[in-house]
Design a protein around this ligand. Structure first.
Ligand SMILES: [Zn+2]
Length: 332
């Protein structure tokens, strides 16, 4: 084990933008830069990733030999053992991209690939709300719902590196269809995209409805933010949807509490923006869905890293692989 502080480059690959970050193993972000990958092919983007990584190192007065590792996180699907990004839904030209080996060869250090929700869980565990805990579950709630499970101080990968797809837990066999092909997934009830689609469908033709007005009069503009505003305005329809969402969140979270007995559930993205308006009803509903003792032992908190999580996600993916190899000690 080494307690010496070292430097890591992180690449957080999103659907439309990439965060490149230089950080140190004690959780400091030294520098970061963003670039757009919207409608861009890997041939256009990959050389830029190397260029920016080298620039961040040079600007910080560091040499290539000062870099210990590279971490990359990206949306599923991916092939973690082979370091490949497979066809992510938001970027179809990124199919079978050997990003791990590409960056490793050009930056001259080991590189590691991780699923983005797992990387978020690692970031909140290592440097965020879950720091110092042994068992946490992280849920990222935005367009979809992603999850990551830390159990007994290790990220749970499962048999084929796909563990933690908590948004695709079926919570109602008669529920709405999900993009993944199943019916009644947690995400199909509570994901931002699903909620927006549901409201747009239910309010079709009602152009004078307060929610449509809040969305500049355009029904297709209604999104999760519109709903949140309408709830704060006290709109009855919005509140009824919100109540149902909170109940479904509690149902899914209760299921995760009974399955994994975590010390903490960290809720990211939407939960950070909505605060108590979301957290309080979820807490009130939870006793219906999990055992009292496990609920008592589990804190439910909003994520701490907020918008900075992209800077940490790639870096923490690398740190976790070094940790699993016994080359990095956490929380020292
Ligand atoms: Zn699903």
């Amino acid at each position: 084990m080494t307690k010496k502080i070292f430097n890591v480059l992180g690449y957080d690959i999103g659907g439309t933008k990439i965060a490149v970050s230089l950080g140190s193993s004690d959780g400091k972000i030294i520098a970061s830069e963003r670039l757009s990958n919207k409608d861009k092919t890997p041939d256009e983007v990959l050389p830029k990733l190397v260029e920016i990584g080298k620039k961040l190192l040079a600007d910080a007065g560091l040499k290539a030999s000062d870099l210990r590792a590279v971490g990359i996180d990206a949306p599923a699907p991916m092939d973690i053992p082979r370091g490949l990004i497979l066809n992510p839904p938001n970027n179809k030209s990124w199919d079978n991209v050997p990003i791990r080996d590409y960056l490793s060869e050009r930056l001259g250090v080991e590189a590691f690939l991780e699923n983005d929700a797992n990387a978020g869980a690692l970031a909140e565990w290592m440097f965020g709300a879950g720091q110092g805990k042994k068992n946490i579950i992280y849920l990222t709630m935005s367009t979809g719902i992603g999850g990551g499970i830390i159990t007994n101080e290790h990220l749970l990968h499962g048999a084929s590196f796909m563990a933690g797809e908590l948004g695709h837990t079926v919570i109602d066999i008669n529920g709405p269809s999900c993009n993944c092909g199943l019916k009644g997934c947690y995400e199909a009830f509570c994901g931002g995209r699903a909620v927006a689609q549901r409201i747009q469908h239910e309010l079709a033709g009602q152009n004078d409805h307060p929610l449509v007005q809040l969305a500049d009069g355009k029904i297709e503009n209604i999104d999760f933010v519109t709903l949140f505003k309408a709830v704060k305005d006290g709109n009855g329809y919005a509140i009824s949807i919100w109540d149902e969402l909170c109940l479904r969140h509690a149902q899914a979270i209760g299921l995760f509490i009974n399955s994994f007995n975590p010390e903490m559930i960290v809720l990211g993205t939407i939960a950070c923006a909505c605060g108590d308006l979301l957290m309080t009803p979820i807490r009130q509903h939870l006793p219906r869905f999990c055992w009292k003792q496990m609920l008592q032992d589990c804190e439910i908190k909003p994520a701490k890293l907020g918008k900075d999580i992209g800077d940490y996600a790639g870096i923490c993916s690398a740190l976790n692989c070094l940790y699993e190899k016994g080359e990095f000690e956490l929380h020292v």
